[in-house]
Design a protein around this ligand. Structure first.
Ligand SMILES: Cc1cc2nc3c(=O)[nH]c(=O)nc-3n(C[C@H](O)[C@H](O)[C@H](O)COP(=O)(O)OP(=O)(O)OC[C@H]3O[C@@H](n4cnc5c(N)ncnc54)[C@H](O)[C@@H]3O)c2cc1C
Length: 444
């Protein structure tokens, strides 16, 4: 074992950063593992100009005694109260792993975008809305480029506003929810005027008339890359020329790790009590795996988990009361982002659903369940391990996910067997879920 902590936090987004800082300030030894080279999660890790809230929390983390384990991806739990992580970002030959022990674990693994397949969605320059934003933050120039942003959820407006700031021409922002649903959402959100103003501010930055409600892409066309997106709004259909399409249908929580550890899930989210305790003893969960509620809620949950795990229950209880008032936003967001059943008709027979294994809609639609689809078509068995097509097939066919087995991310044989890096041969360097779980257990 490389190191052992009183409290180990997985995920250095807003929730994990807050949890780690609060736990360390309470005098515990804390480790913070994240698979990215820098802390901050989806919203803050790209650097550049960060909002004051981000600067405050990242400085607090920096000034704490937290052991920062950046660039480590947790893939397995080889023994009770031990997690195995693989070093990320190096070359294949540099691969190695380490085991981190803990008395208490806080999972803050965030969420990912949901993609729905439609003809042309695999063309170059069609990407997730958050993914496109991350590429722009990472240096992709978009000044003068025509961009369509589509899907559902508040992320669309945030992304479009940011792209417009970088000089992109926003051709349209297409939200699948209809106007009536948006009005109901806004009425419910009167108690959170800050969020309403934020949304209004984003709309103004994109320019007038760009937001289309009850609208979504039905096809993307191009040669070497995207050239035209066909949008449908009600009975009308129109073609829009563009350079990029950023398309994401809200977020899917990253629950693989909590599921691997045996935490109970309900409706796809991790079940916790008010102190962010999961159903597994000494395992807490904070942030988006417990419900999609934005950065402020993730920060609150992280603080509650950090204080509660460190034994500072009074502080955690005070914050838990504040959290309770914000849970209405999570429910309102779920309702406004509920997918229109018509989106199930987007994919054609030949549309790829599993892009890792090139499995098409026609090969899947007669399958009974996810397991049968995997066995007969290899759907979900590629490098992303169903992280993309799993959420899509759940919506398209109502399939539930399989049980989760380690490794939760594809990992090198040498890592799983805890051998020195580079000792596995070329054909067996990467292993997908379940394939080595027994072996991994034996060698632990
Ligand atoms: C472009 C963009 C703009 C946004 N704008 C806003 C906004 O204006 N307002 C707002 O409220 N919200 C916004 N959001 C949403 C906001 O980012 C999230 O609500 C917030 O980041 C959630 O924080 P979190 O800590 O729960 O998860 P995340 O920020 O997702 O952090 C989770 C971290 O865990 C890591 N991780 C996961 N699994 C493992 C593993 N097995 N091993 C190691 N590390 C792992 C991930 O890589 C990630 O770094 C935006 C999101 C995006 C993408």
């Amino acid at each position: 074992m490389t190191e052992r902590f009183d409290i180990l936090v997985v995920g250095a987004g807003p929730a994990g950063a807050a949890a780690a800082a609060c736990a360390a300030e309470s005098g515990r030894s804390v480790g913070l593992v994240d698979d990215n080279p820098s802390a901050g999660g989806q919203i803050w890790r790209s650097g550049g100009h960060l909002p004051e809230q981000a600067q405050t929390w990242l400085a607090r983390l920096q000034g704490s005694t937290v052991t920062r384990l950046q660039g480590w991806r947790v893939v397995d739990c080889p023994a009770p109260q031990v997690l195995r992580a693989e070093k990320t970002g190096g070359t294949e030959r540099d691969g190695y792993c380490a085991d981190f022990g803990y008395k208490t674990l806080i999972l803050a693994t965030g969420a990912r975008e949901r993609f729905l397949p439609f003809p042309g969605w695999t063309l170059p320059n069609v990407m997730g809305a958050g993914g496109l934003d991350a590429m722009v933050r990472g240096g992709l120039p978009v000044a003068g480029k025509r961009i369509v942003v589509a899907g559902t959820g508040p992320l669309l407006l945030a992304v479009a506003a940011h792209l417009a700031e970088r000089g992109a021409q926003i051709a349209a922002v297409c939200e699948q929810a209809g106007m009536a649903r948006l009005v109901r959402f806004a009425t419910r959100m009167m108690s959170e005027p800050g969020k309403l103003w934020q949304g209004a501010g984003y709309s103004m930055r994109m320019g007038p008339g760009r937001l289309k409600m009850g609208c979504w892409p039905v096809a993307a066309r191009g040669d070497d890359r995207l050239r035209v997106v066909t949008l449908r709004q009600g009975a009308k259909q129109r073609d829009v020329e563009c350079d990029y399409l950023g398309c994401g249908f809200h977020l899917v929580p990253n629950t693989e790790m909590p599921a691997m550890l045996g935490c109970q899930l309900a409706d796809g989210f991790v079940v916790t009590d008010a102190m962010m305790r999961t159903t597994v003893t000494q395992v807490y969960c904070a942030g988006e795996p417990t419900g999609i509620g934005g950065v402020d809620l993730s920060l609150l949950e992280g603080q509650i988990a950090g204080f509660a795990a460190a034994g500072h229950v009074a502080q955690a209880q005070e914050l838990a009361r504040r959290r309770q008032t914000r849970l209405g936003f999570v429910r309102a967001l779920e309702q406004v982002c509920a997918l229109d059943p018509q989106l199930r008709k987007l994919a054609a027979e030949e549309t790829i659903v599993c892009r890792c294994e090139d499995v098409r809609f026609g090969a899947l639609r007669h399958r009974a369940n996810w397991r049968e689809a995997k066995l007969h078509t290899r759907c979900g068995m590629g490098p992303c391990q169903g992280r993309i097509c799993g959420a899509a097939t759940e919506f398209l066919f109502g399939w539930g996910a399989d049980s989760v087995r380690p490794p939760v991310f594809p990992a090198r044989v040498s890592s799983l067997a805890n051998l020195p890096g580079g000792s596995a041969d070329a054909d067996t360097r990467f292993v997908a879920a379940g394939a080595l779980s027994e072996h991994s257990k034996e060698t632990a």
